[in-house]
Design a protein around this ligand. Structure first.
Ligand code: MG
Length: 175
């Protein structure tokens, strides 16, 4: 089985647009306040307002259940957070859908995902290019999640079950 790490925001849930809207931040992430004020906004937000089934992205929960069933991957969630409350909301949400068959790893916002897990030879599905670049530099296999299938130089998917066609029974890449 190949290790597979799945990002949360922008992959499991399409929660970034409503989050930005509620925080008064524009689509590109530009905020009128200072960087510090922006960090505080993220840290103080009540994430239960956006972490819910309403924002499930392209049938992600069912796709992950299919990935589990295939037994091709050893799956973990790998999610950046701005606050401990955000971590609690995400863990509770994921545990409602997945019992104990997936590990959940919470990453402090300022730490690279590559510093939290052994990335070499493991897949990371993420919507954020800089996470993917770091992952590739650390010897991992980056897969971009993007609704419009914009690759930005990475393999790209817009449904998580597309991974089933990219990796064989042993979790090796199908060329
Ligand atoms: Mg993301």
């Amino acid at each position: 089985m190949r290790r597979l790490y799945i990002d949360f925001d922008g992959v499991v849930l399409d929660d970034i647009p409503p989050l930005y809207e509620k925080l008064g931040i524009d689509k590109g992430g530009i905020d009128n306040g200072s960087a510090e004020e922006k960090i505080q906004k993220f840290a103080n937000f009540d994430y239960s307002e956006v972490v819910n089934d309403k924002y499930i992205l392209n049938d992600s929960i069912n796709c992950i259940k299919k990935l589990l069933k295939s037994k091709k991957f050893e799956i973990s969630f790998l999610s950046h957070v701005h606050s401990l409350d955000e971590a609690i909301v995400k863990v509770k949400y994921l545990r409602r859908h997945f019992k104990d068959d997936i590990t959940i790893i919470i990453v402090p916002g300022k730490i690279s995902k590559t510093k939290m897990v052994h990335s070499e030879g493991a897949i990371l599905v993420d919507d954020f290019s800089s996470n993917l670049r770091e992952w590739r530099e650390a010897g991992g296999i980056p897969v971009r999640f993007n609704n419009e299938l914009e690759s930005k130089g990475f393999k790209v998917i817009n449904r998580l079950d597309a991974l089933l066609d990219m990796f064989d029974e042993d979790g090796n890449e199908i060329c």
